[in-house]
Design a protein around this ligand. Structure first.
Ligand code: DGY
Length: 320
């Protein structure tokens, strides 16, 4: 029997590629560059499925142009905001994602950002690399103490809970907002707030863990930043569009906020240029899930789901 034909928009880790090529007739965009709508549609020609990543904009227009042979879109991500799920449903195309396997890696990056932002890691690293460090000084690059700060977690799903667990180890008082209060065993000692605004008021460090939806896009605007305590720190490992860049940059410049730690940005990879020159913005290129273990697990999960589609069973992580 011939293998299903799959178009893959980016290179995947070696172990995943091995299984991909063993089980599928796979064509990979080995140039590993960003693809336009036309590129994706052309790549999908004659294929049974496509594997896509967060930068691939699977809009309704792209989905409507996919060939009739496409049965599934496998997202190499837990986030599916880059795929128009309604358009896929209309076309009867199955969409799957990769929940669960990137929880710990992403929570690690959230904590890295918390620590780096609070302890001025960008300024310290730049100083020493510029050969400008003149030695230890009592008042040099003083940051804010992490362990005494109240951590506010916006969105207490898997990743939010993993961040709360880490925060317990640091002795931080933890607060959270979610649509509903969680059972005690999932709260990890955190205090529930029934509105996001109430959470903002106690968030010396705000860590964002909600998906990008019409309700959350633009959530952290000037008005809500004003509700954070003075000198607060904002950390985002979820999606860039949840934060209004102009408002965040302005608050960082004015000193309303002490610092920000950001792994995700609106318009990636073309991020707001205002971040580049801000010493109090510690910025990373969307590395949340970037460990060998996690990227392998994500890739295998994409393939498990496609296997199910082509075996005629229900994919375990179907989102449309
Ligand atoms: C995801 O899976 O949605 C992440 O953003 C990738 O790191």
């Amino acid at each position: 029997m011939s293998k299903p034909a799959v178009y893959v928009t980016r290179n995947v880790p070696e172990a995943v590629a091995e299984r991909l090529h063993r089980d599928y007739d796979a064509t990979v965009n080995t140039a590993d560059t960003g693809l336009s709508a036309d590129d994706i549609v052309a790549g999908a020609e004659g294929k049974d499925a496509v594997i896509v990543t967060p930068p691939d904009k699977m809009t309704a227009e792209v989905i409507d142009r996919l060939p009739a042979s496409i049965k599934a879109i496998g997202c190499f991500s837990v986030g599916t905001n880059h795929v128009d799920l309604e358009a896929a449903k209309r076309r009867g195309i199955v969409v799957t994602n990769t929940p669960g396997v990137l929880t710990e890696a992403t929570a690690d990056i959230a904590f890295l950002l918390i620590l780096a932002a609070c302890r001025r890691a960008h300024e310290g690293a730049s100083l020493i690399r510029a050969g400008a460090w003149q030695g230890w000084k009592p008042i040099q690059l003083m940051g804010v103490e992490v362990s005494t700060r109240r951590l506010g977690i916006l969105g207490m799903g898997r990743i939010g809970q993993a961040v709360a667990r880490r925060a317990q180890g640091f002795g931080m008082p933890v607060h959270y907002y979610d649509q509903q209060r969680l059972p005690a065993d999932k709260e990890h000692g955190a205090t529930f707030h029934d509105t996001p605004e109430s959470l903002l008021g106690v968030s010396d460090i705000l860590s964002i863990h909600v998906p990008a939806t019409p309700e959350t896009i633009g959530f952290l605007n000037a008005e809500r930043i004003a509700k954070l305590p003075d000198n607060a720190v904002v950390v985002n490992t979820a999606r860039g569009d949840i934060v209004e860049d102009e408002a965040l940059i302005d608050a960082l410049k004015r000193g309303k906020l002490f610092a920000a730690g950001l792994d995700v940005f609106a318009g990636e990879p073309n991020i707001h240029s205002g971040y580049y020159n801000l010493d109090n913005a510690f910025i990373l290129p969307h590395l949340g899930s970037a460990t060998v273990e996690t990227r392998n697990a994500m890739g295998f999960m994409v393939l498990d789901n496609l296997d199910a589609v082509f075996d005629g069973t229900t994919p375990p992580n179907r989102v449309a």
